[in-house]
Design a binder for this molecule. Structure first.
Ligand code: PLP
Length: 447
């Protein structure tokens, strides 16, 4: 371990890490990125199969983004949007978001991250129902194993039990239903389509249990990302939408991972065929080059919020000119280079086909699956048979990949890949060849 690897842990507590363990083991220090590759201070070239944290959609090293950041900083490094003021960058970004989203989304509230977006969403949902004269509609329904960030609201809205335990959460009036996890939860002989309807109906059962008059919103990711890439059957979201409309419950789509091209459309709700009343976003809006997020409102919800008087909510960095300028440039690149269309028509079909071909033949890979530029498989003892300690198996497998300079992620026994959207076919082949070699190593050394 070098001095720098050790120094990294001397004063800095790392998120979602066993910090005591890392103090002993050290960490890799990443110093540079280019395309799909990152480079550490020990001289290793690493394939970033996770786009950082599902965010560097246009890849690393796009100097157009640093150019606009510098130009904006030189001109106006900061001003707020509280004092009857705005700035040209945030005006342009809000216009661009109204342009790239379907026609009913015309109002956005800006934040600094996905977690802040989910917290803001909770505030806006409750504010909306008060404004339209139904203040008793307070309960938000999320899903077990969903992830909506790490703030108190986001953690409560998410369904990660270990996070709830550590933070004494959730807060009041947030409850959860089971996730549409076909592999884990289906009954013998049940088709994915039948399971999808059954899983959606768990929402109706919950609404009836707590009383429809008390339910404000259903909140979910189109694909549960951090929870292990849970891709719902095609019947799931249309039935969810039907239920929400029937009981006058708002649909909130958390697009923090799925937004801005990840699933082959601009937004995950387009891929899964539903129209949320509100959606949250972050990550891909700047390709991770700057911290920025937001909450986008449909015209119906915006009208309610606008009639509700002063909005008692906001952040110092809501509408920050530099992050806004960077986001705008990123969205222009997505448009001009037709990156979303390329994902949908060309690169995602290739990626998914090669993912299947690579992992399905392995005895220790099961539930090989994916959508757009997200893919996963379960590392198992044998097909249909999990390891006795699935999380340990997943973590050991991921460590072998990492040791081979390939970043995939593990959630329990799910091995996850979500590369930059600009990855080429040759780079997909290179990445999957290294992944296959790494999985073979896992099988030889661990199983
Ligand atoms: N929502 C979803 C779906 C996420 O995946 C994440 C982060 O991974 C968040 C919210 C929180 O975003 P942030 O880490 O920017 O606060």
């Amino acid at each position: 371990m070098t001095q720098l690897n050790k120094a990294a842990m001397q004063h800095n507590l790392h998120p979602f890490s066993n910090n005591q363990e890392l103090i002993d083991k050290g960490v890799r220090v990443i110093e540079r990125g280019e395309g799909i590759y990152i480079y550490d201070t020990d001289g290793n070239k690493i394939i970033d199969g996770m786009s950082g944290l599902w965010c560097t959609n246009i890849g690393y090293g796009r100097t157009e983004l640093s150019d606009v950041a510098k130009a904006q900083m030189d001109k106006l490094a900061y001003y707020n949007t509280f004092f009857q003021t705005s700035n040209t960058a945030v005006i342009a970004l809000a216009n661009k978001l109204a342009e790239v989203t379907p026609s009913q989304y015309n109002h956005v509230f800006f934040t600094g991250s996905g977690s802040e977006s989910c917290d803001s969403m909770i505030r806006l949902v409750r504010h909306y129902w008060r404004s339209v004269g139904k203040p008793q509609k307070k309960i938000l329904i999320g899903r077990w194993n969903g992830y909506h960030g790490s703030t108190i609201g986001g953690t409560s809205m998410g369904g990660m039990k270990s996070m709830h335990e550590q933070g004494d959460l959730p807060i009041a009036n947030i409850t959860h239903i089971e996730q549409p996890a076909y592999y884990e939860l289906h009954e013998a002989g049940e088709t994915p389509e039948a399971f999808g309807l059954k899983a959606a109906n768990w929402l109706e059962e919950k609404i009836l249990e707590v009383g429809a008059d008390n339910v404000a919103a259903f909140v979910a990711e189109p694909i549960q990302g951090a929870g292990g890439v849970i891709i719902p059957p095609s019947t799931y979201w249309p039935r969810i939408q039907e239920i929400c409309r029937q009981y006058d419950v708002l649909i909130v789509s958390d697009e923090v991972i799925c937004g801005f091209g990840r699933t082959g459309n601009w937004f995950g709700f387009e891929t899964f065929g539903f129209e949320p009343d509100i959606f949250t976003f972050a990550k891909g809006v700047t390709s991770g080059y700057q911290p920025l997020g937001g909450v986008m409102l449909s015209d119906r919800v915006a009208a309610g919020v606008l009639q509700g008087g002063e909005l008692q909510h906001g952040f110092t960095y809501s509408g920050h000119p530099v992050t806004s300028a960077v986001a705008l440039k990123n969205l222009e690149i997505l448009q001009e280079e037709q990156i979303v269309e390329r994902v949908r028509d060309d690169i995602a079909p290739y990626f998914q086909q090669r993912w299947q071909e690579t992992f399905a033949p392995f005895a220790h890979a099961d539930d090989v699956r994916g959508c757009g530029m997200i893919a996963s498989f379960k590392v198992v003892k044998a097909k249909g048979e999990p390891f006795s300690d699935p999380a340990r198996a997943g973590s050991l497998c991921k460590d072998i990949f990492f040791g081979n300079n390939l970043i995939f992620r593990s959630t329990v026994d799910n091995i996850i890949c979500a590369p930059p959207l600009v990855i080429t076919k040759a780079e997909i082949d290179e990445m999957l060849a290294l992944a296959a070699k790494s999985l073979a190593e896992f099988e030889q050394n661990v199983v």
